[in-house]
Design a binder for this molecule. Structure first.
Ligand SMILES: Nc1ncnc2c1ncn2[C@@H]1O[C@H](COP(=O)(O)OP(=O)(O)O)[C@@H](O)[C@H]1O
Ligand SMILES: N[C@@H](CCC(=O)OP(=O)(O)O)C(=O)O
Length: 353
């Protein structure tokens, strides 16, 4: 059985290159085909959330710009103009299927704060219960550099994690991850993203897209950590989902981790901004990695950063490399005097990286 036929909930990310043909020109026929495919998946009982790029490219077209603006204000103006065109086009595409779309615009901040992260989860649950197709994009018009996701590949992996998706599709203008220096073929299945796999990935060469294959692989890593499988494939392949439902392979499949992160820990897993580092000794490293234990104060060698109780911190092994992250139960200044027998970071609040 294929990963798709077993999936209950999926996220499909569509890049600018799939949705537009040239700067500012929407490929409405493509969008109509994608809407048919989403409808078919829903009829199979699979819940679908879309992450749609394209706002900046469409805005550029409407405002008569043929080079991607370098400054934030103009990029934001393009996104503002393009987003309404984008969501209207999606709604028109879904109209023949009687499906209502729901727009969700997010900044990085929205997933960092736990209460906002939970609000996103609750809203998506409700929208799916109402039978809508949620369509997510970055809230580019208010995203300053420090609160940006940067690219929609990363955003899609975070969304997949937040909504507990089983599978994330990152659909682009390529058939999958291509081994460019080697066979020149699409790599069909990846168990682990090794440095050799990473060396295959390059950036993008279009004016309207962001990130290329590099950001798709880093998104695949985020999704892997959350226990979500990933397929990088072509958004222009009309039979992609049918092929997968028939058990055939299509695109590049990244196998999810065998020990998926429990849903209450997913917020911890996706925090890229941690408040400090806790360096631990070899015994504590073994207890955490091999024996599934909590972190006790006795195993801590040194701390870095001015964190407070309740913050997410990174746990580093004796070689300095991060092995886990979790919610710490004391302030940085008090770690050395921590005499409570309870763990400093409880296993229930800890995720291995
Ligand atoms: N190893 C690779 N395999 C396939 N595509 C790659 C690879 N390395 C870099 N790319 C580039 O990634 C591009 C797709 O990413 P991008 O342009 O960001 O599209 P999107 O807008 O869909 O996110 C391809 O057009 C290709 O030029
Ligand atoms: N939020 C931006 C998308 C940025 C982005 O990552 O684009 P892409 O590389 O085409 O997925 C937009 O709507 O244009």
């Amino acid at each position: 059985m294929s990963a798709l036929s077993q999936a209950k909930r999926i996220v499909i990310k569509l890049g600018t290159g799939v949705l537009t043909s040239g700067i500012g020109e929407l490929d409405t026929a493509r969008i109509e085909t994608l809407c048919q495919q989403v409808n078919m998946l829903r009829e199979q009982g699979i819940e679908v959330i879309l992450v749609s790029s394209g706002a900046v490219g469409l805005g550029m077209g409407k405002l008569g710009l043929n080079k991607r603006p370098r400054d934030m204000a103009n990029l934001q103006a393009c996104a503002s103009v393009g987003q309404s065109i984008l969501i209207n086009t999606w709604q028109k595409g879904f109209d023949p299927h009687g499906i209502t779309v729901a727009q969700i615009l997010l900044t990085r901040e929205d997933l960092r704060a736990k209460h906002r992260h939970n609000a996103v989860f609750n809203t998506v649950e409700r929208l799916l219960a109402h039978g809508t197709v949620p369509i997510v994009n970055e809230n580019d018009t208010v995203s300053a550099v420090e609160i940006k996701f940067g690219d929609n590949d990363t955003l899609s992996a975070l969304v997949a994690s937040v909504v507990n998706a089983d599978l994330l599709f990152i659909l682009s203008n390529i058939p999958g991850l291509i081994d460019m220096q080697g066979s020149g073929e699409v790599v069909e299945r990846i168990e682990k993203i090794t440095p050799e796999i990473e060396a295959m990935a390059q950036g993008t060469n279009t004016e309207t897209s962001v990130g290329g294959m590099i950001s798709k692989l880093s998104a695949a890593k985020i999704a892997h950590r959350a226990g979500c499988g990933v397929i990088i494939g072509s958004g222009k392949e009309n039979k992609l989902f049918e092929q997968l439902l028939e058990g055939k392979s299509a695109g590049t499949y990244f196998v999810p981790s065998t020990q998926p992160v429990k849903s209450h820990k997913r917020w911890i897993a996706i925090q890229d901004h941690t408040f400090g580092n806790v360096h631990i000794d070899a015994g504590a490293t073994e207890a955490i990695v091999k024996r599934g234990k909590s972190l006790l104060a006795a195993g801590i060698v040194k701390v870095e950063g001015d964190f407070h109780a309740g913050d997410v911190v990174r746990i580093c092994a004796p070689d300095g490399l991060p092995i886990a992250q979790g919610i710490i139960h004391t302030d940085a200044a008090e770690v050395s005097e921590y005499s409570d027998p309870a763990p400093v970071i409880h296993r229930d609040h800890l995720v291995l990286l």
